[in-house]
Ligand binder design. Structure first.
Ligand code: AMP
Length: 438
């Protein structure tokens, strides 16, 4: 199938051609006709599948085919869990709408409200926002959502993980009852199904690829190593193998900071993004990483969620995630767009159960590679993994439960004060608007 067969207006086909895209991705092939038909949609699609264009293109088409006269009103509202994703989605809106006259705005917290207020006053067709800042504006009556025709929840699973359910419900009350609803989620948990049953009306269901399957092009390896030697091994691997553009995941903000310091001391250009970093610092780190100035970007799961970096050669799980699905999200950042990528996990004795959970989800074993000189000491016992970073080394691990039973590891990270909850209310902390109009 070709883009030209989907019934999109010439202006949109032109921007698709500008991007050099020739064929729609599977999620686009399925989602675009549904969105064009005006039906509600529930789509299971992970980052890297082309899902953003999957909803952006037909939404723009809808606006183009039904232009309204008079002052601009917000006709499309797209909610995302994180600032980064909001910025990326709005960037896509501008890219695909480059030959159309619509105005878009990205709105998130952490930056002043005033530029967003002036942008809103100047008239916006498409608003991309994190829920917290949007509600701040709604409370102050800066934003009028009474003209919304399409409401999109992007990465809805992550929004629920981050505790946005009440914010989402409050936003839904502010938009007209009669509207088109699109729900995108990487996973379909029971919570998502519950949300879908209240949010969507007679939805069409589409799925981009098998659930929880990482991209085929990603080569996965495990290096077994002692927990205290992980940092040294990472430095060694980066140097020895000449890795560049390495995205490294840690479980906690505390761990991310410590690792970044270690890399810098070793002379490796590195920076860190997590929920406690200012928006400017995060944007700068990401830009430097994308441009190749930084060799390593250390990130927590939430900060890295949705980051769109194409052809990323290396993803390192410095620590395995507590939720097996997060492993798939993490490594989905590499091996995209036909390029091969490598996902490397440094696994210590504490993490054997997590590794087992991941392999069970993937339905395959991950190849274990030895790095000479870093073989694990069989005398070291497993310790429970605690997510709460007390800001001290001692706070990271419990002194109780050295049995290695893994009981604490099995506990739900959603209940733990880990990165998911540790950022507080990311959207609500409120952030900036790019306020970029065409
Ligand atoms: P997404 O899943 O929306 O984050 O998109 C992942 C990447 O795929 C982005 O860099 C898009 O620019 C790119 N992309 C989207 N649609 C296509 C397409 N039809 N052909 C090639 N690349 C695409």
């Amino acid at each position: 199938m070709k883009f030209t067969e989907l019934g999109l207006v010439p202006e949109i086909l032109r921007s698709i051609a500008d991007q050099g895209y020739e064929t729609p991705t599977p999620i686009q092939m399925q989602a675009i006709p549904v969105v064009l038909s005006g039906r509600d949609l529930m789509a299971c699609a992970q980052t890297g599948t082309g899902k953003t264009a999957g909803f952006t293109l037909p939404i723009l088409n809808r606006l183009a085919g039904n232009r309204v006269t008079g002052p601009r009103k917000i006709r499309v509202l797209i909610l995302t869990p994180t600032r980064e994703l909001a910025a990326q989605v709005e960037e896509s809106v501008r890219t695909y709408g480059a030959h159309l006259p619509f105005k878009s705005l990205v709105m998130f917290g952490g930056v002043g409200m005033n530029p967003q207020i002036s942008a809103l006053r100047s008239g916006i067709d498409i608003l991309v926002a994190t829920p917290g800042r949007l509600l701040d504006h709604a409370q102050q009556r800066n934003v009028d959502l009474s003209g919304v025709e399409v409401l999109v929840l992007d990465e809805a699973d992550r929004m629920l993980d981050m505790g946005f359910i009440h914010d989402i419900k409050r936003v839904i009350k502010l938009v007209p009852k009669k509207r088109q609803n699109l729900l995108f989620s990487a996973t379909f948990s029971d919570e998502i199904r519950t949300l879908a049953s209240t949010f969507l009306v007679d939805p069409e269901y589409v799925e981009s690829e098998r659930r929880n399957s990482p991209p085929d092009l990603v080569k996965q390896y495990v290096y077994k190593v002692d927990r205290e030697r992980k940092r040294d091994l990472l430095v060694e691997l980066i140097r020895d193998k000449g890795w560049y553009q390495v995205l490294v995941f840690t479980r906690t903000k505390w761990g991310a900071n410590g690792l970044t310091e270690k890399l810098l001391k070793a002379g490796i250009e590195a920076d860190v993004i997590h929920g406690n970093k200012s928006q400017n610092a995060r944007t700068r780190a990401l830009a430097n990483f994308k441009s190749g100035k930084l060799h390593v970007l250390v990130a927590t799961d939430i900060a890295a969620r949705g980051i769109d970096i194409n052809e990323l050669p290396h993803v390192v799980n410095f620590e395995l995630p507590n939720v097996a699905e997060d492993y798939v999200h993490r490594i989905g950042r590499t091996g995209r767009a036909g390029t091969e990528g490598a996902a490397v996990s440094l696994v210590c004795v504490d993490e054997h159960k997590l590794l087992h959970d991941i392999e069970r989800l993937l339905k395959k074993q991950i190849e274990v590679v030895a790095y000479p000189g870093y073989e694990p000491d069989p005398g070291i016992r497993a310790e429970p993994i605690l997510m709460r970073s007390a800001g001290t080394r001692g706070g990271q691990r419990s002194q109780a439960g050295r049995s290695g039973s893994g009981a604490a590891r099995g506990s739900s990270p959603k209940a733990a004060g880990g990165p998911r909850t540790g950022t507080g209310k990311p959207g609500g902390a409120s952030h900036h608007s790019g306020n970029r109009h065409r």
